[in-house]
Write a protein that binds this ligand. Sequence first.
Ligand SMILES: C[S@@+](CC[C@H](N)C(=O)[O-])C[C@H]1O[C@@H](n2cnc3c(N)ncnc32)[C@H](O)[C@@H]1O
Length: 878
Amino acid sequence: MGKAQKKTGKGRLDKYYKLAKEQGYRARSAFKLIQLNKKYSFLESARCCIDLCAAPGGWLQVASKYMPTNSVIVGVDLVPIRAIPRVVTFASDITTQQCRNLLRNELKDWKADVVLHDGAPNVGTAWVQDAYSQSELVLMSMKLAAEFLIKGGTFVTKVFRSADYNNLIWVFNQLFGKVEATKPPSSRNVSAEIFVVCRDFLAPKHIDPKFFDPRHVFKELSMSVPADEQSVAAQKNAQVNVFQPEKKRRQRSGYEEGDYTLYKEAGAAEFLRGPDAVTFLGTYNKITFKTDEEKEWLNLDITTPDVKANCDDLKVLGKGDFKALLKWRTAIREEIGLENKSKDTEEITETVEVTEEVDEEEQIQQELERLNAEASARTKRERRRANEVKTRTIQRMQLRMVAPMDIGMEQNDDALRGQDDIFELDDAEKALRGKRSGAGYDDDSEDDSEEEADEDNEVLDEDEERERKVAGLEAELDGLYDAYQEHLRERDAKWKVKEARRKSKAHEEWNGIGKGGDDAESDKEEGGYEKIQRKKARLGEDSSDEETSDEESEEEEEEADEPAAGKKRRADGPAESGSKTKKARVASKVQEPKVAAPLSRSAELWFKQGLFADVDAEIEDDDEEEEEEVSEEEEEVDEAMSGVEEAALNDEDDYNDFEIVPQDASDDDMDMWDVEGEDEDEIKQAKIRKHGLTTAEAMTLATQLVNREKTRTELVNSGFNRYSLNSKDDLPPWFLDDEEKHYKSNIPITKEAVDALRAKMRALDARPIKKVAEAKARKKFKAAQRLEKTLKKAEGVNETTDLTEREKAKQIEKLLAKGAKTKLKKDIKVVVAKGANRGQKGRPTGVKGRYVMVDSRMKKELRAKKRKEKANKKRKRT
Ligand SMILES: C[S@@+](CC[C@H](N)C(=O)[O-])C[C@H]1O[C@@H](n2cnc3c(N)ncnc32)[C@H](O)[C@@H]1O
């Protein structure tokens, strides 16, 4: 069936149809006027407009919308027009005197600035439209325009491209200053209509009535193309219609003389018997089956429903459909022996016919080949582009340009190694679906049931395999996501500080060398890559590190086996971890004996036990010969560890002792409940008590509460919204993380709340900072001290008996003046060691008092020193 165009009833429902519906226009043609007006802007300045042939009123709606508010708009049509605000309408034939009188009555002395004409004869009764009648209608509308238009006015009319077209344009040119023909985008390409915008009406005092006489106009100015030329052009056009139906052609050469119909039907007999099938298909709209013979063909098996549908509307067919119709034609011709008959009687005609057929086939074949070549070129181009993108991505990742690319890197690594990459997840699923549907299809056949069963088993195996693969990939993805999150957090300074605090806390509350704890710690320390490698190893995918994976899988088995695993494992803790990592531990001790992390109190207690003391002592004694004696130490450590293991296994009390490692009970409790988010509310309350409200949302809510705009219950109730009761079960962590950021209700904020918050911030800004306040207080304190001292001295002077009152007063005055005086800092003069001062030893000439010599080198060195100090401080903090 035709795919080139959408077949929907009479009007192919295009975007303008939908737009018209959306915007409330009565006809899609409204957009033609909108587009014409956009190009020529005649409506905005018009005060009076006449729309001839205006039903159902699309153009009137546009005129009403674009013209000034108090302008006059009159619409005429054969059929009544539903009322439109600000528009006067009446039903009349525009070719009659009555219409002229009605217009005159309506407008009185007014002249129209714009006359519009979108008339089409017989519209609504049949598809067949007579171009000649259209031209006549145009001429009549122009006659009315000439009578009612103001000088300089605009006349817009629709004409069909036909032999009369040039004659009409000639007439327009006699009456208007500017005449332009245009086809707005909303006018369908298949339509022969064209719009002529005639501007700057000349308003001649006397117009020759011959200008409006159709017989005269179309006869005298006829410039028809020779008939044979026209038919050749039409034939060419028709053939192109079939070979390239997707290309829309305009009837540039107009229509054949005497053939103005746009819609053409022909019987199937003409198609089958005619010499030029291709031209036929490109010319007609429909193949009919009216005669008895044709009806018989319709009932033949080879006339499939597709063929029938194709015959119904040839204008919407694609190349494939035309090809099918040509094949059907050949088949029917063979069926009814038409080709043989012609061979017998008209050999020459047949020869021509066959050559033509071959040519048609060849042309179609060539066309198909061309399309195939184009398609493969396109695919190649796309593949190349995809490769380029991939390469670029890898480069970016290598340059560490984007953080999330770390994830992609792994995927690409796999891809580069030729292994399955992440994108196969999708493919795998697709393949799975494909297989399933394939299996379903096979089920239908009854003969090969055994084979099917085998196939099903195979499919099932493959399914399992794929599911495992998909699960593996998902696990890997999860690991990658965790690693990515870790990476992001590590880059976050705040997180670092938090993490450092948490770690120091964790050291203090160490609970022995538990296996789980060990793992958790190593999880934190290792990067994403190690994590993935381990996961891979667990999934048995990584063959590179067999030993590790074997070891770990053994451990996992052990974990799974033991029923009293929990208890035992804790008891085994130190021994197990010792046996697992003893070599590594000894090695690390050998390599970095002095940089071991400081132990927490409880850890110290544990390691103070005799057996560790022995081991440590030995290790310390042999400090210099460590590297050579690693194996010996290993043995000793092994022994010590096995001792611990035995002791822990055999002696339940020991196990209990181990459990009750001295811990501060209150601390323990607190930590146990200090889960993230658990006491969030309290923290928030404390923060609010300390700093007050700091967000506009909170401030808004508080103001609402205070002003009694909202009750407490209302506030609580509004907390239960669609964001609050979402089930988070079985949702992947990345999704939840994302939801946390974006899936929350927006609490409205008020201007007043924002202003209040700003005022608060300003007040905070205005407050002196702590250091300044301290300095001021220091200054005050020192002044008070000085005053006290001076007063004491003054008292002493007062009590002296050998001085006269006058002398006493003088001395006290002096003391007070001295006490009130603040010590001025002595000025240190900075002397730059350049020019005459370069290389100067001793005091530079002309400088009195304290001085300091500086030079550019010193400046740089000082700066470098400060920089270093700053960096060191930072490093220490982290
Ligand atoms: C394509 S429609 C016009 C659509 C209109 N511009 C709109 O946007 O709604 C053509 C109209 O011309 C009208 N018509 C055809 N011959 C006419 C005549 N002699 N006098 C008046 N109207 C005529 C038809 O009744 C038809 O409604």
